[in-house]
Design a protein around this ligand. Structure first.
Ligand code: PAF
Length: 294
């Protein structure tokens, strides 16, 4: 596995592979790998014959009071895990390599950046879109794999790639969870054992939404109210929303594309989670019911 630290060397590597007829899949990350990242790398390996993992804690996507300085890092451990996963290149540029003095350009995906996490983290998604755009230009992948835990990020990147006519297939990978349902996240390392238990309220909220919808509840407002009631008082709710998968517009009635999206603070740690409310079986059943009614 090669470790590449400059944009010029990265693009030279990619140009050579592309000239040799090889395909490249990119997994953009901020490091501190867990099983969720490794699943993205494994998926990338099935799409292309070269896998590049970018490892860059992107300063411009952190707000002033956020955790840039203490964001967990383990470069040597990450390289070892990536190598075991069969990754071909770790692209790990420095902040000054990505944002040299005088840098002044940004990519803003306007509407999709406003709701959900965007409301609480102004500028965050512009930072994400800008760095991902730069990574796409430097690495020149045919495929890029992102986790579905960052639902809004994935929608924004899909929109950006369409709007800017990049010929890159964006692949969303299902959320990887611990056995007890906690969605994997590098930020879980901030949680003490009590907070970790409290964090399970996210997954329980998804279960509650699915159970209520399975019992026939169609009103998003009633689901949201029931979920909020069930979240422990020690938790600060940033949002509990039910939105359409691609547009992130509010769902008023639960349908096949309705997603429950949640963000909470447990202690000082911000956790997010999301999932379809109607599972494939329920969705199939609802479609059949509809057919029967026409
Ligand atoms: O999801 C992440 O880890 C980051 O937001 C990303 C996509 C690597 C951009 O910095």
């Amino acid at each position: 596995m090669e470790i590449i630290k400059t944009g010029a060397a990265m693009t030279a590597w990619s140009n050579e592979k592309i000239a040799g007829g090889e395909s490249i899949a990119l997994v953009p990350t901020m490091g501190f790998f867990h099983a969720g990242h490794l699943a993205l790398m494994a998926a990338a390996g099935k799409m292309a014959n070269q896998v590049v993992v970018s490892l860059f804690v992107n300063p411009i996507q952190f707000g002033e009071n956020e955790d840039l300085d203490c964001y967990p890092r383990n470069f040597a451990g990450d390289c070892e895990l990536a190598e075991q996963e069969g990754v071909d290149v770790i692209f790990a540029p420095s902040p000054v390599e990505m944002y040299p003095p005088g840098f002044q350009t940004a990519i803003e995906v306007k509407k999709l950046s406003l709701p959900l996490c965007g409301a609480d983290r102004p500028g965050h998604f512009t930072g994400v879109a800008t760095v991902v755009g730069k990574l796409f230009n430097l690495v020149k992948p045919q495929f890029a794999v992102f986790g579905e835990k960052d639902l809004q990020q994935l929608a924004i990147i899909r929109q950006m790639v369409g709007d800017l006519n990049w010929d890159i297939k964006i692949v969303g990978h299902p959320i990887v969870r611990e056995a007890d349902g906690l969605a994997l996240s590098s930020r879980n390392s901030y949680l003490n054992s009590e907070e970790r238990q409290t964090g399970l309220c996210l997954n329980r909220s998804l279960e509650l939404a699915r159970q209520m919808a399975g019992n026939g509840e169609k009103s998003a407002a009633r689901l949201i109210a029931a979920i909020k009631k069930n979240i422990p008082s020690a938790v600060t709710i940033d949002y509990v929303s039910i939105v359409q998968a691609d547009t992130l517009a509010d769902s008023h009635e639960i349908d096949q594309d309705s997603i429950l999206a949640l963000a909470v603070k447990v202690g000082r740690t911000r956790l997010i989670d999301n999932g379809r409310i109607l599972l494939p079986e329920d969705r199939r059943q609802k479609a059949e019911d509809r057919k029967g009614n026409t």
